[in-house]
Ligand binder design. Structure first.
Ligand SMILES: Nc1ncnc2c1ncn2[C@@H]1O[C@H](COP(=O)(O)OP(=O)(O)OP(=O)(O)O)[C@@H](O)[C@H]1O
Ligand SMILES: [Mg+2]
Length: 451
């Protein structure tokens, strides 16, 4: 049964809508002072309120101020203004400030019920969309199969399943491409939070202000361009797991803000004055040596200990070579299916090269190498000639003919792409070679759509 809260200055004025709405199957609560309504909003019952009807004239406070405070506490709550004939201007102002609609008194039954139904329909749709978005996110890495054969990785996997059940925050360490995100998804899928959202964010890819509004959300008017209230990822992950990728790249200011959420289990949206409670499990990952970052003062020690209740350390692929072949076969099977190509397998020479190679970009590099080979393959097997690694790498490039003249941006784009490809998408190494920070590289990768 939808619940409507009505706030008007006189009991007399409340009686008519109350009776009308009760008779039409709504649950109704009435308030004759704005302050009473705000107090009610602090209680657990606030979650049941679907719509607020408030008069433009309140005995104890300015109606627009009440609207603002309502939205400060719950930005999504639809508020409808009840106006008399002399107060249309205030009602219009209220719409500008974010009220959903206004109704002029005395309102006919159909008009009032019609507006309420429309609001409820909108809410239902918005909720369904949110649900769908969460489903999409959930469908991410969790459904992927994890392939492993080594005793070392079996230990890692067992530990992952064991800690998944606890609600502890977890830190995943490992070089680029070792499977950190896959492990984070596995933790979520095997936890009690599995039915709730798994939300992931790459902290290195965004500048501070953007990262903050992505994580915490913002209220309308918080900054130029903030035209609507926007929920942050922390709130979207409520009840579920938030994966903070590349946590080692977060600035000191953002570290302080994250610490607050993790410690206090509440947060404040950008531009808001009120905090909100959340229940989120944090899984963080980095390929930096975080202990050194702490020792050298770049990463807060308190945040480090909050996040790092349990550490999962992923070994690089070169330290578990027995996994190269099964992983290669796994990616081959996926790729051929996806690209609808018939390939029998990988020949002996190609396999030999793969087994001897050092895989600085780890599993991700292996995946890319296989995908590239499947695309280029003309015959029915993957041969050594199709691999950009091993002996093939030393082959001198063909002399360049007259190259077409292009913009600097194009050169940058191509060069970054080339470096990434040569390092097997090993981002830290690529950043080092390019002489730019990891953060800048991530931004350029997003900008140029490289992946
Ligand atoms: N054991 C595994 N079995 C199957 N696929 C794997 C395994 N480990 C990694 N992968 C795949 O390799 C790719 C890279 O893994 P993932 O994105 O989890 O690594 P990462 O450590 O987060 O990498 P980066 O540091 O580049 O973000 C993904 O496509 C993932 O599905
Ligand atoms: Mg990752």
């Amino acid at each position: 049964m939808p619940t409507i809260w009505i706030c008007d200055d006189e009991a007399e004025k409340l009686r008519y809508p109350e009776k009308l709405l009760r008779g039409s199957g709504y649950r109704v609560e009435t308030f004759s002072r704005g302050a009473d309504l705000l107090k009610r909003l602090e209680t657990a019952e606030a979650a049941t309120c679907d719509i607020v009807l408030q008069s433009v004239c309140l005995p104890d406070m300015d109606a627009l101020l009440l609207l603002k405070q309502l939205h400060g506490r719950n930005p999504d709550l639809p508020v409808i203004f009840l106006t008399g004939h002399g107060t249309i201007n205030e009602a219009v102002q209220a719409i500008k400030e974010g009220a959903y609609d206004y109704i002029t008194k005395p309102f006919p039954r159909e008009k009032l019920l019609g507006v309420l139904e429309r609001v409820l329909d909108h809410r239902r749709l918005a909720n369904e969309n949110l649900q769908l978005r969460k489903e999409l996110r959930r469908g991410g890495s969790r459904t992927e199969t994890m392939v492993f054969r080594s005793a070392r990785f079996r230990e890692v996997y067992d530990l992952t399943l064991q800690v998944a059940e606890s609600d502890a925050n977890i830190m995943i360490l490992g070089e680029s491409g070792t499977g950190k995100e896959l492990i984070a998804g596995t933790i979520h899928a095997n936890s009690q939070r599995a039915g709730r959202p798994f939300v992931s964010i790459n902290c290195a890819a965004l500048p501070d202000t953007l990262l903050e509004s992505q994580l915490f959300g913002h209220v309308r008017g918080a900054f130029t361009g903030a035209v609507i209230n926007q929920k942050g990822l922390i709130e979207e992950a409520d009840g579920g797991t938030l994966f903070l990728d590349e946590i080692g790249d977060v600035s000191p200011a953002m570290q302080a803000k994250l610490l607050r959420v993790i410690q206090e289990k509440d947060f404040i949206a950008v531009g808001s004055t009120c905090s909100k409670k959340v229940d989120v499990r944090f899984v963080a990952a980095t390929n930096k040596d975080l202990q050194r970052e702490v020792a050298e003062g770049r990463f807060r020690e308190d945040l480090y200990y909050r996040l790092n209740v349990i550490t999962i350390d992923l070994p690089p692929l070169r330290q578990r070579r027995e996994e190269i072949e099964p992983l290669a076969q796994h990616f081959l099977k996926n790729c051929t299916k996806r690209m609808k190509k018939e390939l029998r397998g990988i020949d002996k020479d190609a396999l030999q090269i793969m087994l001897q190679y050092d895989w600085p970009g780890n599993v991700r590099e292996l995946e890319n190498v296989i995908e590239r080979a499947v695309i280029l393959a003309r015959g029915d097997t993957i041969t050594a000639a199709l691999l950009p690694i091993g002996a093939q790498r030393e082959r001198p490039a063909a002399p360049q003919e007259q190259t077409p003249l292009v913009t600097l941006e194009e050169v940058e784009h191509r060069h970054i792409e080339a470096v990434l490809s040569r390092t097997g998408f090993h981002k830290s190494r690529s950043a080092e070679i390019l002489g730019i920070s990891r953060k800048t590289l991530d931004r350029k990768i997003a900008e140029y759509g490289l992946s």
